[in-house]
Ligand binder design. Structure first.
Ligand code: NAP
Length: 344
Protein backbone atom coordinates (compact mmCIF):
# COMPACT_ATOMS: atom_id res chain seq x y z
CA UNK A 1 0.00 0.00 0.00
CA UNK A 2 1.01 3.63 -0.51
CA UNK A 3 0.81 6.57 1.87
CA UNK A 4 1.84 10.19 1.69
CA UNK A 5 4.17 10.76 4.58
CA UNK A 6 5.43 14.04 6.04
CA UNK A 7 8.52 13.55 8.18
CA UNK A 8 8.97 17.09 9.44
CA UNK A 9 7.39 20.52 9.04
CA UNK A 10 7.87 22.35 5.76
CA UNK A 11 6.90 23.05 2.16
CA UNK A 12 5.39 20.89 -0.60
CA UNK A 13 8.64 18.90 -0.90
CA UNK A 14 7.79 17.27 2.45
CA UNK A 15 4.88 15.32 0.88
CA UNK A 16 6.56 11.98 0.08
CA UNK A 17 4.87 8.85 -1.26
CA UNK A 18 6.06 5.72 0.58
CA UNK A 19 5.28 1.99 0.45
CA UNK A 20 4.01 0.08 3.52
CA UNK A 21 2.57 -3.40 4.22
CA UNK A 22 -1.23 -3.45 3.91
CA UNK A 23 -2.97 -3.07 7.32
CA UNK A 24 -5.30 -5.70 8.87
CA UNK A 25 -8.63 -4.54 10.32
CA UNK A 26 -9.26 -4.93 14.07
CA UNK A 27 -12.53 -6.58 15.13
CA UNK A 28 -14.58 -3.34 14.91
CA UNK A 29 -12.87 -2.02 11.75
CA UNK A 30 -13.10 -2.45 7.98
CA UNK A 31 -10.21 -2.30 5.52
CA UNK A 32 -10.94 0.11 2.66
CA UNK A 33 -9.27 0.17 -0.75
CA UNK A 34 -9.27 3.95 -1.12
CA UNK A 35 -10.42 5.45 -4.43
CA UNK A 36 -10.36 9.11 -3.34
CA UNK A 37 -8.86 10.98 -0.38
CA UNK A 38 -10.35 14.34 0.59
CA UNK A 39 -8.10 17.37 1.02
CA UNK A 40 -8.75 20.10 3.57
CA UNK A 41 -7.04 23.38 4.32
CA UNK A 42 -6.11 21.84 7.69
CA UNK A 43 -3.82 19.38 5.84
CA UNK A 44 -1.55 22.34 5.01
CA UNK A 45 -1.49 23.25 8.70
CA UNK A 46 -0.48 19.66 9.43
CA UNK A 47 2.33 19.93 6.86
CA UNK A 48 3.48 23.22 8.40
CA UNK A 49 3.59 21.57 11.84
CA UNK A 50 1.08 24.00 13.38
CA UNK A 51 -2.01 21.80 13.65
CA UNK A 52 -2.57 21.20 17.36
CA UNK A 53 -4.40 17.86 17.18
CA UNK A 54 -1.73 16.45 14.83
CA UNK A 55 0.95 17.46 17.33
CA UNK A 56 -1.06 16.09 20.26
CA UNK A 57 -2.20 12.76 18.81
CA UNK A 58 0.49 11.83 16.23
CA UNK A 59 3.67 13.92 15.99
CA UNK A 60 6.16 13.09 13.18
CA UNK A 61 6.06 11.33 10.82
CA UNK A 62 2.43 11.91 9.89
CA UNK A 63 0.08 11.04 7.03
CA UNK A 64 -2.52 13.79 6.70
CA UNK A 65 -6.12 13.28 5.61
CA UNK A 66 -9.48 13.22 7.37
CA UNK A 67 -11.64 11.46 4.79
CA UNK A 68 -11.72 8.77 2.15
CA UNK A 69 -14.11 6.94 -0.14
CA UNK A 70 -13.61 3.48 -1.57
CA UNK A 71 -14.45 -0.22 -1.47
CA UNK A 72 -14.37 -2.53 1.54
CA UNK A 73 -11.70 -5.22 1.10
CA UNK A 74 -12.01 -6.96 4.49
CA UNK A 75 -14.11 -6.69 7.66
CA UNK A 76 -13.29 -7.33 11.34
CA UNK A 77 -15.27 -10.02 13.19
CA UNK A 78 -17.64 -7.59 14.94
CA UNK A 79 -18.76 -5.79 11.78
CA UNK A 80 -22.47 -6.27 11.10
CA UNK A 81 -23.66 -3.41 8.90
CA UNK A 82 -21.07 -3.60 6.10
CA UNK A 83 -19.63 -6.39 3.94
CA UNK A 84 -16.73 -6.89 1.54
CA UNK A 85 -17.39 -5.02 -1.72
CA UNK A 86 -19.54 -2.26 -0.19
CA UNK A 87 -18.74 1.30 -1.27
CA UNK A 88 -18.27 3.54 1.74
CA UNK A 89 -17.18 6.94 2.94
CA UNK A 90 -14.93 6.98 5.99
CA UNK A 91 -13.63 9.72 8.22
CA UNK A 92 -10.45 9.41 10.18
CA UNK A 93 -8.18 11.38 12.47
CA UNK A 94 -5.28 11.61 9.93
CA UNK A 95 -3.99 8.85 7.61
CA UNK A 96 -6.55 9.58 4.87
CA UNK A 97 -3.82 10.10 2.22
CA UNK A 98 -3.41 6.31 1.98
CA UNK A 99 -4.25 3.75 -0.67
CA UNK A 100 -5.58 1.38 2.05
CA UNK A 101 -6.89 2.28 5.48
CA UNK A 102 -8.64 0.58 8.42
CA UNK A 103 -11.56 2.58 9.83
CA UNK A 104 -13.94 1.71 12.70
CA UNK A 105 -17.54 1.00 11.67
CA UNK A 106 -18.80 3.97 13.70
CA UNK A 107 -16.80 6.30 11.43
CA UNK A 108 -18.30 5.01 8.17
CA UNK A 109 -21.21 6.07 5.99
CA UNK A 110 -22.64 4.14 3.09
CA UNK A 111 -21.71 5.86 -0.20
CA UNK A 112 -24.86 7.87 -1.10
CA UNK A 113 -26.46 6.91 -4.43
CA UNK A 114 -26.71 10.56 -5.45
CA UNK A 115 -22.93 11.10 -5.04
CA UNK A 116 -20.06 9.72 -7.08
CA UNK A 117 -17.03 8.39 -5.18
CA UNK A 118 -15.02 11.60 -5.60
CA UNK A 119 -17.89 13.56 -4.05
CA UNK A 120 -18.08 10.99 -1.26
CA UNK A 121 -14.49 11.68 -0.20
CA UNK A 122 -15.23 15.40 -0.31
CA UNK A 123 -18.09 15.09 2.13
CA UNK A 124 -17.34 14.17 5.78
CA UNK A 125 -14.88 16.77 7.08
CA UNK A 126 -16.60 19.92 5.88
CA UNK A 127 -20.21 18.76 6.22
CA UNK A 128 -19.64 17.31 9.70
CA UNK A 129 -17.97 20.59 10.69
CA UNK A 130 -20.84 22.60 9.24
CA UNK A 131 -23.51 20.37 10.79
CA UNK A 132 -21.84 20.49 14.20
CA UNK A 133 -21.46 24.24 14.20
CA UNK A 134 -24.88 25.08 12.78
CA UNK A 135 -27.09 22.52 14.47
CA UNK A 136 -25.25 21.03 17.44
CA UNK A 137 -23.76 24.17 18.97
CA UNK A 138 -26.45 26.75 18.29
CA UNK A 139 -30.12 27.27 18.76
CA UNK A 140 -30.98 29.12 15.53
CA UNK A 141 -34.14 31.20 15.34
CA UNK A 142 -36.52 30.78 12.39
CA UNK A 143 -34.97 32.34 9.25
CA UNK A 144 -31.77 33.19 11.08
CA UNK A 145 -29.44 35.61 9.32
CA UNK A 146 -26.04 34.00 8.88
CA UNK A 147 -22.83 35.51 7.54
CA UNK A 148 -20.27 33.05 6.19
CA UNK A 149 -16.71 34.20 5.44
CA UNK A 150 -14.85 32.24 2.72
CA UNK A 151 -18.27 31.03 1.62
CA UNK A 152 -17.00 29.41 -1.60
CA UNK A 153 -14.52 27.12 0.18
CA UNK A 154 -15.09 23.62 1.52
CA UNK A 155 -16.60 24.49 4.91
CA UNK A 156 -18.16 27.65 3.46
CA UNK A 157 -20.06 25.64 0.83
CA UNK A 158 -21.27 23.16 3.43
CA UNK A 159 -22.38 25.92 5.84
CA UNK A 160 -24.23 27.70 3.03
CA UNK A 161 -25.97 24.55 1.79
CA UNK A 162 -26.99 23.30 5.22
CA UNK A 163 -28.19 26.70 6.41
CA UNK A 164 -30.22 27.25 3.23
CA UNK A 165 -31.69 23.74 3.50
CA UNK A 166 -33.16 24.75 6.89
CA UNK A 167 -34.61 28.00 5.54
CA UNK A 168 -32.05 30.48 6.90
CA UNK A 169 -30.79 33.58 5.13
CA UNK A 170 -27.13 33.35 4.08
CA UNK A 171 -24.75 36.16 3.20
CA UNK A 172 -21.41 34.91 1.88
CA UNK A 173 -18.14 36.83 1.76
CA UNK A 174 -15.54 35.73 -0.79
CA UNK A 175 -12.01 36.82 -1.62
CA UNK A 176 -12.24 36.91 -5.41
CA UNK A 177 -14.69 37.77 -8.14
CA UNK A 178 -14.75 34.31 -9.76
CA UNK A 179 -16.31 32.90 -6.56
CA UNK A 180 -19.38 35.14 -6.63
CA UNK A 181 -21.42 33.13 -9.14
CA UNK A 182 -20.35 29.87 -7.46
CA UNK A 183 -21.79 31.12 -4.15
CA UNK A 184 -25.03 32.19 -5.77
CA UNK A 185 -25.28 28.73 -7.37
CA UNK A 186 -24.97 26.99 -4.00
CA UNK A 187 -27.80 29.14 -2.67
CA UNK A 188 -26.31 32.18 -0.92
CA UNK A 189 -28.87 35.00 -0.80
CA UNK A 190 -26.22 37.76 -0.77
CA UNK A 191 -22.59 37.52 -1.88
CA UNK A 192 -19.90 40.11 -1.13
CA UNK A 193 -16.59 40.09 -2.97
CA UNK A 194 -14.14 41.67 -0.53
CA UNK A 195 -11.49 41.91 -3.30
CA UNK A 196 -13.63 44.36 -5.28
CA UNK A 197 -12.37 47.97 -5.18
CA UNK A 198 -15.97 49.05 -4.46
CA UNK A 199 -16.42 46.71 -1.50
CA UNK A 200 -17.03 48.22 1.94
CA UNK A 201 -17.98 46.32 5.09
CA UNK A 202 -20.51 49.09 5.72
CA UNK A 203 -22.46 47.77 2.70
CA UNK A 204 -23.19 44.60 4.68
CA UNK A 205 -24.38 46.73 7.62
CA UNK A 206 -26.67 48.64 5.24
CA UNK A 207 -28.11 45.41 3.81
CA UNK A 208 -28.52 43.83 7.28
CA UNK A 209 -29.29 46.78 9.59
CA UNK A 210 -30.46 44.49 12.43
CA UNK A 211 -27.25 42.46 12.29
CA UNK A 212 -26.59 38.72 12.06
CA UNK A 213 -27.62 35.87 14.33
CA UNK A 214 -24.36 34.09 13.55
CA UNK A 215 -21.12 34.99 11.80
CA UNK A 216 -18.77 32.15 10.83
CA UNK A 217 -15.18 33.36 10.74
CA UNK A 218 -12.07 31.27 10.01
CA UNK A 219 -10.08 34.27 8.75
CA UNK A 220 -8.82 35.27 12.18
CA UNK A 221 -7.33 38.71 12.94
CA UNK A 222 -8.29 40.40 9.66
CA UNK A 223 -12.04 40.16 10.18
CA UNK A 224 -12.84 39.16 13.79
CA UNK A 225 -13.61 42.71 14.92
CA UNK A 226 -15.89 43.46 11.97
CA UNK A 227 -17.57 40.05 12.39
CA UNK A 228 -18.34 40.90 16.03
CA UNK A 229 -19.65 44.33 15.06
CA UNK A 230 -21.97 42.78 12.48
CA UNK A 231 -23.77 40.68 15.13
CA UNK A 232 -27.17 41.60 16.46
CA UNK A 233 -27.86 41.40 20.23
CA UNK A 234 -28.08 37.61 20.97
CA UNK A 235 -25.79 37.03 17.98
CA UNK A 236 -22.89 34.58 18.05
CA UNK A 237 -19.45 34.81 16.51
CA UNK A 238 -18.22 31.33 15.55
CA UNK A 239 -14.42 31.24 15.32
CA UNK A 240 -12.91 28.07 13.86
CA UNK A 241 -9.67 29.00 12.12
CA UNK A 242 -7.14 31.75 11.42
CA UNK A 243 -6.08 31.32 7.79
CA UNK A 244 -5.28 35.02 7.32
CA UNK A 245 -2.11 34.36 9.38
CA UNK A 246 -0.90 31.95 6.73
CA UNK A 247 0.72 32.18 3.29
CA UNK A 248 -1.15 31.98 -0.02
CA UNK A 249 1.89 30.91 -2.03
CA UNK A 250 5.33 29.42 -1.63
CA UNK A 251 4.28 26.68 0.78
CA UNK A 252 6.18 28.09 3.78
CA UNK A 253 4.91 30.05 6.78
CA UNK A 254 6.09 33.64 7.09
CA UNK A 255 6.56 33.65 10.87
CA UNK A 256 6.93 37.44 11.07
CA UNK A 257 3.58 37.94 9.31
CA UNK A 258 2.01 35.30 11.56
CA UNK A 259 3.31 36.89 14.77
CA UNK A 260 2.17 40.35 13.68
CA UNK A 261 -1.26 38.86 12.89
CA UNK A 262 -1.42 37.17 16.30
CA UNK A 263 -0.50 40.46 18.02
CA UNK A 264 -3.26 42.21 16.05
CA UNK A 265 -5.91 39.66 17.02
CA UNK A 266 -8.71 41.57 18.78
CA UNK A 267 -9.29 40.96 22.48
CA UNK A 268 -12.90 40.63 23.58
CA UNK A 269 -13.86 42.02 27.00
CA UNK A 270 -16.21 39.56 28.78
CA UNK A 271 -18.19 42.37 30.45
CA UNK A 272 -18.75 44.03 27.08
CA UNK A 273 -19.96 40.66 25.73
CA UNK A 274 -22.43 40.57 28.61
CA UNK A 275 -23.85 44.03 27.98
CA UNK A 276 -23.82 43.57 24.18
CA UNK A 277 -25.61 40.22 24.63
CA UNK A 278 -23.19 38.68 22.12
CA UNK A 279 -21.33 35.38 22.40
CA UNK A 280 -18.12 33.99 21.00
CA UNK A 281 -18.07 30.28 20.24
CA UNK A 282 -14.89 28.48 19.24
CA UNK A 283 -14.39 24.91 18.12
CA UNK A 284 -12.10 22.43 16.40
CA UNK A 285 -13.82 19.19 15.46
CA UNK A 286 -10.56 17.24 15.18
CA UNK A 287 -10.51 17.14 18.99
CA UNK A 288 -14.00 15.61 19.09
CA UNK A 289 -13.30 12.17 17.60
CA UNK A 290 -14.01 10.39 20.88
CA UNK A 291 -17.43 12.07 21.26
CA UNK A 292 -19.41 9.07 19.94
CA UNK A 293 -22.88 10.44 20.76
CA UNK A 294 -22.17 13.75 19.06
CA UNK A 295 -20.72 12.04 15.98
CA UNK A 296 -23.62 9.60 15.68
CA UNK A 297 -26.19 12.38 15.95
CA UNK A 298 -24.22 14.40 13.37
CA UNK A 299 -23.99 11.48 10.89
CA UNK A 300 -27.66 10.56 11.30
CA UNK A 301 -28.65 14.17 10.62
CA UNK A 302 -26.46 14.40 7.52
CA UNK A 303 -27.62 11.07 6.09
CA UNK A 304 -31.23 12.17 6.57
CA UNK A 305 -30.51 15.44 4.75
CA UNK A 306 -28.78 13.59 1.87
CA UNK A 307 -31.63 11.08 1.56
CA UNK A 308 -34.24 13.84 1.50
CA UNK A 309 -32.31 15.67 -1.23
CA UNK A 310 -31.44 18.63 1.00
CA UNK A 311 -27.71 18.19 0.41
CA UNK A 312 -26.49 18.37 -3.15
CA UNK A 313 -23.21 16.61 -4.03
CA UNK A 314 -20.24 18.89 -3.36
CA UNK A 315 -18.27 20.54 -6.17
CA UNK A 316 -14.95 18.68 -6.46
CA UNK A 317 -11.53 19.44 -8.00
CA UNK A 318 -9.73 16.15 -8.68
CA UNK A 319 -5.91 15.73 -8.49
CA UNK A 320 -3.98 12.52 -8.99
CA UNK A 321 -2.38 11.01 -5.87
CA UNK A 322 1.06 11.80 -7.33
CA UNK A 323 0.06 15.47 -7.66
CA UNK A 324 -0.58 15.99 -3.97
CA UNK A 325 1.86 18.94 -3.92
CA UNK A 326 -0.17 20.69 -6.64
CA UNK A 327 -3.34 20.09 -4.65
CA UNK A 328 -1.77 21.65 -1.53
CA UNK A 329 -0.57 24.58 -3.61
CA UNK A 330 -4.10 25.10 -4.96
CA UNK A 331 -5.98 25.00 -1.65
CA UNK A 332 -3.31 27.20 -0.05
CA UNK A 333 -3.65 29.78 -2.86
CA UNK A 334 -7.16 30.69 -1.74
CA UNK A 335 -8.35 30.32 -5.34
CA UNK A 336 -10.22 27.03 -5.00
CA UNK A 337 -13.97 26.69 -4.83
CA UNK A 338 -15.65 23.71 -3.16
CA UNK A 339 -13.44 20.75 -2.34
CA UNK A 340 -10.30 19.00 -3.55
CA UNK A 341 -9.68 15.25 -3.63
CA UNK A 342 -6.79 12.96 -4.57
CA UNK A 343 -7.58 10.13 -6.98
CA UNK A 344 -5.77 6.82 -6.39
N1 NAP B 1 -12.15 24.25 13.61
C1 NAP B 1 -12.61 23.25 12.85
O1 NAP B 1 -13.18 22.29 13.34
C2 NAP B 1 -12.41 23.34 11.37
C3 NAP B 1 -12.85 22.31 10.53
C4 NAP B 1 -12.65 22.45 9.16
C5 NAP B 1 -12.01 23.59 8.66
N2 NAP B 1 -11.58 24.54 9.53
C6 NAP B 1 -10.96 25.79 9.02
O2 NAP B 1 -11.91 26.37 8.15
C7 NAP B 1 -11.24 27.06 7.11
C8 NAP B 1 -11.74 26.54 5.79
O3 NAP B 1 -11.26 25.21 5.59
P1 NAP B 1 -11.47 24.47 4.20
O4 NAP B 1 -10.72 23.19 4.26
O5 NAP B 1 -12.91 24.43 3.88
O6 NAP B 1 -10.68 25.45 3.19
P2 NAP B 1 -11.28 26.37 2.04
O7 NAP B 1 -12.30 27.29 2.64
O8 NAP B 1 -11.67 25.53 0.90
O9 NAP B 1 -10.00 27.22 1.64
C9 NAP B 1 -9.57 28.24 2.47
C10 NAP B 1 -10.17 29.62 2.04
O10 NAP B 1 -9.75 30.59 2.99
C11 NAP B 1 -9.41 31.82 2.36
N3 NAP B 1 -7.95 32.01 2.62
C12 NAP B 1 -6.97 31.09 2.51
N4 NAP B 1 -5.78 31.61 2.83
C13 NAP B 1 -6.01 32.85 3.19
C14 NAP B 1 -5.16 33.90 3.63
N5 NAP B 1 -3.84 33.75 3.77
N6 NAP B 1 -5.73 35.09 3.91
C15 NAP B 1 -7.06 35.25 3.78
N7 NAP B 1 -7.91 34.27 3.36
C16 NAP B 1 -7.38 33.10 3.06
C17 NAP B 1 -9.72 31.65 0.88
O11 NAP B 1 -11.09 32.03 0.66
P3 NAP B 1 -11.57 33.55 0.46
O12 NAP B 1 -10.41 34.31 -0.10
O13 NAP B 1 -12.71 33.47 -0.51
O14 NAP B 1 -11.99 34.02 1.82
C18 NAP B 1 -9.61 30.13 0.72
O15 NAP B 1 -10.32 29.67 -0.39
C19 NAP B 1 -9.73 26.85 7.35
O16 NAP B 1 -9.24 27.95 8.09
C20 NAP B 1 -9.71 25.60 8.19
O17 NAP B 1 -8.55 25.48 8.96
C21 NAP B 1 -11.77 24.44 10.85
Amino acid sequence: MKKIVIESAGGYEKLKIKEFPSPTPKEDEVLIEVKYSGINYADCLVRWGVYESAKKYVGWPITPGFEVSGKILAVGKNITNYKVGDLVIGFTLFNGYSSHICIPERHLLPQPQTFNLAQGAAFPAVYMTAYYSLFQIFYLPHKAKILVHSAAGGVGTALTQLAKAKGHVVAGVVGSNNKVQYCKNIGADFVYDKSSPDFKWSQIKTDFPEGFDVVFDANGPTTLKISYDLLRPTGKLAIYGAHSLLPKSGGKINYLKAVIGILKTPKFDPMKLVTDNKSIICFNVSFLFSEDRLIQENLNGLVEMINSGQIKPPHVNIFSFNDVAKAHQFIESGKSTGKLVLEH
